[in-house]
Design a protein around this ligand. Structure first.
Ligand code: HEM
Length: 131
């Protein structure tokens, strides 16, 4: 009997270390690139906790271990973003950082990159709570 083995995006990226690398680079870009100044300004001065939480969340979101849920329970992601005014511009600054980090890290995995760009776009747009 044959069994279909789904290879998750988590595995395709390269597991825990690769997801951590992506998250760290994402916040490094947010922290330094003037294009992302607006979205940087609504984050805490210290991005360490934000990076850890995004890593935990993405681990499960990408099909790997559901670390965020294990530690904090249901993420309620949209509710947690309501204190911040997220319009199209804010969304696009966030996506700019993530797309740039993926361009660097997933240059040779164009199918995966295209798939994740779509998935991040949908999730980021779901977080939008203003124009
Ligand atoms: C659409 C644009 C987005 C903006 C402007 C935004 C902004 C923020 C801000 C300001 C925080 C608080 C961080 C801090 O305390 O310094 C945060 C937390 C977080 N964001 Fe976003 N975010 C966006 C999209 C996303 C997306 C697409 C994801 C997931 C794919 C995500 C996942 C998270 C997680 C997991 C946290 C931590 C939540 C917690 O504290 O429990 N965000 N975000």
């Amino acid at each position: 009997m044959s069994e279909t083995q789904e290879i998750t995006p988590y595995e395709q990226i390269g597991g825990e270390l690769a997801v951590r690398k992506l998250v760290n680079r994402f916040y490094e870009i947010m922290d330094t690139d003037p294009v992302a100044a607006g979205v940087r300004a609504i984050h805490q001065p210290d991005l360490t906790l934000a990076a850890e939480k995004l890593f935990l969340f993405l681990s499960g979101w990408l099909g790997g271990p559901p670390l965020f849920v294990e530690k904090y329970g249901h993420p309620m992601l949209r509710a947690r973003h309501l204190p911040f005014r997220i319009d199209e511009r804010m969304r696009d600054e966030w996506l700019y950082c993530m797309y740039k980090a993926m361009d660097e890290q997933l240059a040779e995995q164009s199918d995966l990159k295209a798939h994740l760009e779509q998935a991040f776009m949908r999730t980021a747009d779901f977080m939008r709570n203003a124009g």
